[in-house]
Design a protein around this ligand. Structure first.
Ligand SMILES: [Zn+2]
Length: 400
């Protein structure tokens, strides 16, 4: 067991900086020897692009970063855009937007760049894919089924992002516990195979599972979907509330035609209320394609294995002097946002007011001090608050 467990970093090891890239350790050794470790710097997290040709992304991972800095007792100030904000990577002038800023002595926090970016890149990547699916599914039910594609240690991280993005349910028992919501799921093919068929499986489920859990039949194991749906209906009658189709690609043909046939048969029996859920390799594009005829989607790999948002961390000021490597923008920046024009504008950090270049009204300042000398300043928002914040931003959006 120990042999296997040693391939997971513990929280303590991460807080000690052991998951850093070795070049930061060597950098610190050099700076220490040259008495430069206490050089005061202002460093920005930015990104040059958004995966899957996106225009905007969901910013997540801030509180894991603050928790790490707090555990590591870093004497730093952190300024950040609010967790859960959906925004582009560049402002209206093509200047890279700083999402998170660390101010302090470089030698104190250099080794934490690696784990910090890990939290931000992964969570923002998953959150962005989940948000795009939320938009694609419109008002249809959306469930997170993707935790089996990733190590179990991060299952709650994946589901948290899906929940914040507005998914209607998640399948993981632990994630559901942490979020304070019921876990959602139907049955696997294994139950149908071992029980001896769909009739026996749905009857077993009905006998043994709490009556407040929806009776949703998986109808594609041995026979044609339409045949199995009718078998499930005969077995459960009024109790049957939904059907899940996980049809393998080798049998799929036209998924739309399969669903329409099933709906017709259900209609003939006066059961138009039965919901049709689809799962199995769904993507943003297939959800858009199927949403006109399906009632809900269980999505896995597209979210849990989504590309990361490739954030970078760069020094933009040293001892009060603006500086930047090639390709980056020097100096401390604040980010202004005009809600009316939906425009972002980077400005000098200490400028008292930022004027919208389009309507000339004062813009909202997006970056706030969130950690002062290692102390987290504000109450950490709940996942429900973050979910509401995302929902508010998505109101009416057709894409991000
Ligand atoms: Zn404006």
């Amino acid at each position: 067991m120990e042999q296997i467990k040693k391939w997971i970093a513990t929280e303590e090891e991460i807080a000690e900086g052991k998951t850093t890239d070795v070049y930061f350790v060597r950098t610190k050794q050099c700076l220490d020897k040259d008495n430069l470790s206490d050089t005061k710097v202002w460093t920005e997290v930015t990104t040059g692009g958004i995966p899957r040709e996106g225009k905007q992304f969901l910013f997540l991972g801030l509180y894991d970063v603050l928790n790490l800095f707090s555990k590591a007792n870093l004497d730093v100030n952190v300024y950040s855009i609010k967790e859960g904000t959906i925004l582009p990577n560049n402002d209206v002038n093509g200047v890279r937007i700083p999402f998170l800023i660390v101010e302090g002595m470089y030698g104190d926090f250099a080794i934490y760049e690696t784990p910090m970016l890990g939290y931000l890149c992964f969570q923002s990547g998953v959150g962005t894919a989940a948000t795009r699916l939320r938009i694609a599914a419109q008002d249809k039910t959306l469930l997170s089924f993707g935790i089996r594609r990733m190590p179990p240690e991060i299952a709650p991280t994946i589901d948290r992002a899906c929940y914040i993005a507005g998914f209607d349910g998640i399948s993981c028992v632990l994630s559901a516990d942490k979020l304070g919501i019921p876990a959602t799921g139907t049955v696997p093919h294994a139950l149908i195979m071992i029980e001896g068929g769909i009739t026996q499986a749905v009857q077993s489920f009905d006998r043994h599972i709490d009556s407040d859990i929806s009776r949703v039949a998986l109808a594609d194991t041995f026979n044609d979907e339409r045949v199995e749906v009718l078998q499930a209906l005969e077995a459960l009658g009024d109790k049957l509330s939904g059907i899940r189709l996980d049809t393998p690609s080798s049998r799929k043909g036209s998924f739309k035609d399969i669903v329409q046939e099933i709906k017709w048969e259900l209609k003939l029996r006066g059961r138009e209320d039965i919901k049709i859920f689809l799962s199995g390799g769904l993507t943003e594009d297939t959800v858009k394609e199927y949403r006109s005829f399906a009632d809900g989607f269980g999505v896995g790999t597209f979210v849990s294995n989504s590309p990361t948002v490739d954030f970078a961390f760069d020094i933009v000021e040293i001892e009060g002097k603006s500086i930047a490597k090639r390709g980056k923008f020097a100096g401390k920046k604040q980010v202004g946002f005009c809600n009316q024009c939906q425009i972002y504008l980077c400005e000098e950090f200490h400028k008292s007011a930022i004027k919208c270049p389009s309507c000339a009204k004062p813009m909202d300042k997006m970056i706030d001090l969130v950690m002062e000398r290692g102390k987290i300043l504000n109450a950490i928002p709940t996942e429900l608050e973050l979910r509401d914040y995302v929902k508010k931003q998505l109101n009416g959006k057709l894409e991000i």
